[in-house]
Design a protein around this ligand. Structure first.
Ligand SMILES: [Zn+2]
Length: 126
């Protein structure tokens, strides 16, 4: 197997908006909008034993990314690893320009090192 050379799209990183670059390098600033039990027609297919599905909606105060966490609540203490709440699914809705698209191969995608380098060049204080 041949491993392709690292050929990341650093121009794309250089053109990222400041808020997107900051979130890509130091994570999002989550703020909670909603934390509620879903009614039946709103629930996604839940595993056997699930009593209720709980949805938590978060928005990043910096870049506007949205995150939806879905938890299942169980009351049956059937196993030693029993947990009353289990996160079943996480869905992200990214702001325009946040996600890198178009790479044919994973070796072309910018990684954490690229975001760190660009953040250093753009935001260092000394
Ligand atoms: Zn963010």
């Amino acid at each position: 197997m041949t491993i392709p050379n690292r050929n990341h799209d650093t121009e794309w990183v250089r053109n990222l908006k400041d808020e997107n670059l900051l979130c890509r390098s130091i994570r999002h600033m989550w703020n909670q909008n909603r934390f509620a039990v879903l009614d039946e027609e709103d629930q996604f297919r839940a595993p056997v034993g699930t009593e209720t599905t709980i949805k938590r909606e978060l928005t990043c105060d910096r870049c506007g990314c949205q995150r939806f966490d879905y938890y299942s609540r169980y009351s049956v203490r059937s196993s030693p690893g029993y947990r009353p709440f289990l996160r079943m699914k996480v869905v992200y809705k990214y702001p325009t320009g946040y996600k890198f698209v178009g790479a044919e191969h994973m070796f072309e995608r910018p990684d954490a090192s690229d975001f760190f380098m660009e953040a250093y060049l753009r935001f260092r204080t000394e």
